[in-house]
Design a protein around this ligand. Structure first.
Ligand SMILES: [Zn+2]
Length: 221
């Protein structure tokens, strides 16, 4: 818990990035900035679009992918498909040979955009634990990176940050939630654009699997 220095009240976490954590006091409206490592020491509130389903020994997190920026992808998809359909129709009328050369790569891109748009509108990620297995799955639109691990093999869970370059004058990062296994192997469970989600999922998995720092160390040794 971090407290406002003016009012001694708990701050609400309003931004979590690879470079800082910002907390705001709801009482006096003062905003504080902290080092990024502070985020992992705080209990992260449940992020938007995530539901925690407590079911005894089989807890589950469901994360709905939809966010308003997904609509940009839908507009791009509609625009690109309109352009491709118009161009294919025109080129086909003028030259049957050019039709195949032009349409195949652009057509595949159009199909890929439709697929990605549907996934970002409809998909959910489910992270579920049973006494035996930890499962991560994505659907209803089939997506890659489903995972199924023996829960007893997991000795640690990490939220990792990867710098991906600069975009629009800002540093751009990707975040992964990674399981470390007893045999030293590592499995990336989730790839996320928002560090808040990565830390929340890591903390939930640590709690479910009873991976306190002491236990992680003793099992990894
Ligand atoms: Zn305050």
């Amino acid at each position: 818990m971090i407290l406002c220095r003016r009012c001694d009240r708990e701050l609400e976490i309003c931004e979590v990035t690879a470079e800082w954590l910002r907390g705001r006091c709801a009482h006096c409206d003062k905003v504080y900035r902290f080092a990024p490592a502070v985020a992992e020491e705080l209990p992260m509130p449940c992020p938007k679009g995530v539901s925690l389903i407590e079911d005894g020994a089989c807890p589950r997190l469901v994360w709905r992918w939809f966010a308003w920026p997904a609509l940009y992808l839908v507009f791009l998809c509609l625009f690109w498909n309109a352009v491709v359909h118009y161009a294919v129709w025109r080129i086909y009328e003028e030259s049957g040979q050019l039709f195949f050369v032009w349409a195949v790569p652009h057509g595949w891109l159009a199909i890929g955009l439709i697929y990605a748009s549907l996934a970002y509108l409809l998909n959910r990620t489910s992270i579920g634990l049973t006494p035996e297995r930890l499962r991560v799955s994505h659907g209803p639109i089939p997506w890659w990176r489903d995972r199924s691990l023996n829960a007893g093999d997991i000795v640690n869970v990490r939220a990792e940050t990867t710098f991906k370059g600069r975009r629009g004058g800002m540093n751009y990062y990707i975040y992964h939630v990674t399981a470390v296994l007893e045999d030293g192997g590592e499995v990336r469970l989730l790839r996320i654009h928002d560090r808040r989600y990565a830390i929340y999922f890591k903390q939930q998995l640590e709690s479910w699997l009873d991976l306190t720092p002491d236990r992680s160390r003793s099992r990894a040794a």
